[in-house]
Design a protein around this ligand. Structure first.
Ligand code: NAD
Length: 267
């Protein structure tokens, strides 16, 4: 049984990781600025902002792994991205170090590398080519992970998550879906890999139509199982992005809003 601290545990991914990690026998420390819903046996909650370094270090004490999910999960104005996604991730890494935690799983995004061409399929995990300010923050997250791994001998996995949902919802998901069970497998790989250092992996299921490489994940023991192809009949007829030749799809268009809060746009 291990102790796993999860930042952003009240969000979508945290919501489907929690029961699965509990079922695998792990104790969870849930860290979020939002109050959690009802706690299950084996869970404890810490309500804190990820920029509160002392509170984070206390929450992380005794953890075998920190899973860092908290932050803006979409495009925002630059000051918000900088404050929460970049300063916040720096604080998470530093708090983990101060708490003596040696393993970190950082939620990067496909948007850290949205300008990578999809034909031919991506090999390995190339250097970032962000498609938004949000993507820049995830490239910074990867750089912070690299710094803390190299400087302090930590094991840090930066997972470029494509689209994590309970079920595939759009044509894009036929290639990009990360299932809840495979997301859990990713966490367990980060918990157990014997390979120290920084590793950038693709957070994606074993989808028949994936255009990214499962090799970097396999190198840390992440072996996804699920395949969105089971939903091909229902999703195959839906529109695909106009710019499917880039990993970031329509997010790579010059006309796509940059640095604007999408919740306030009529897209
Ligand atoms: N869901 C996806 O498909 C996807 C794809 C790529 C990357 N990601 C990344 O995975 C992570 C989790 O995604 P999600 O879909 O669960 O996001 P989400 O928006 O559902 O959840 C984010 C959580 O972070 C918390 N949070 C935000 N700012 C905080 C702060 N300053 N201090 C403490 N807590 C704070 C929120 O309260 C929320 O519970 C994010 O970092 C996101 O960028 C997600």
């Amino acid at each position: 049984m291990s102790r796993i601290a999860i930042t952003g545990s009240s969000g979508a991914i945290g919501g489907f990781l929690r029961p699965r990690l509990r079922a695998a026998g792990h104790r969870l420390v849930l860290v979020d600025s939002a109050e959690p819903d009802e706690l299950a046996p084996g869970e404890e909650a810490v309500t804190a902002d990820i920029r509160e370094l002392d509170a984070l270090a206390a929450a992380f004490a005794g953890a075998d792994l920190v899973v860092h999910l908290a932050g803006h999960a979409q495009e925002r104005e630059w000051p918000d991205i900088l404050a929460v996604n970049i300063d916040g991730t720096r604080a998470v890494c530093e708090a983990a170090r101060r708490a003596g935690v040696t393993r970190l799983l950082l939620a990067s995004s496909v948007h850290a590398a949205g300008f990578l061409p999809t034909h031919p399929a991506v090999v390995g995990a190339p250097a970032p080519r962000p498609d938004t300010y949000y993507g820049v923050s995830k490239a910074a997250l990867e750089a912070l992970g690299s710094l803390y791994a190299d400087r302090f001998g930590m094991t840090v996995i930066s997972a470029r998550i494509m689209h994590a949902t309970t079920e595939p919802q759009a044509a894009y998901d036929l290639g990009g879906w990360l299932s809840p069970d495979d997301a859990t497998r990713l966490v367990l790989a980060a918990l157990t890999t014997p390979n120290a250092g920084h590793h950038v992996v693709w957070g994606v299921s074993r989808n028949t139509r994936r255009v990214v490489d499962l090799g970097p994940g396999a190198a840390i023991g992440f072996e996804p199982v699920d395949d969105a192809e089971h939903w091909a009949d229902t999703l195959g007829g839906l529109p695909t992005p106009a710019t499917a030749d880039r990993l970031g799809g329509d997010f790579t268009l010059a006309s796509h809003p940059l640095g604007e809060d999408w919740r306030q746009l009529d897209l």
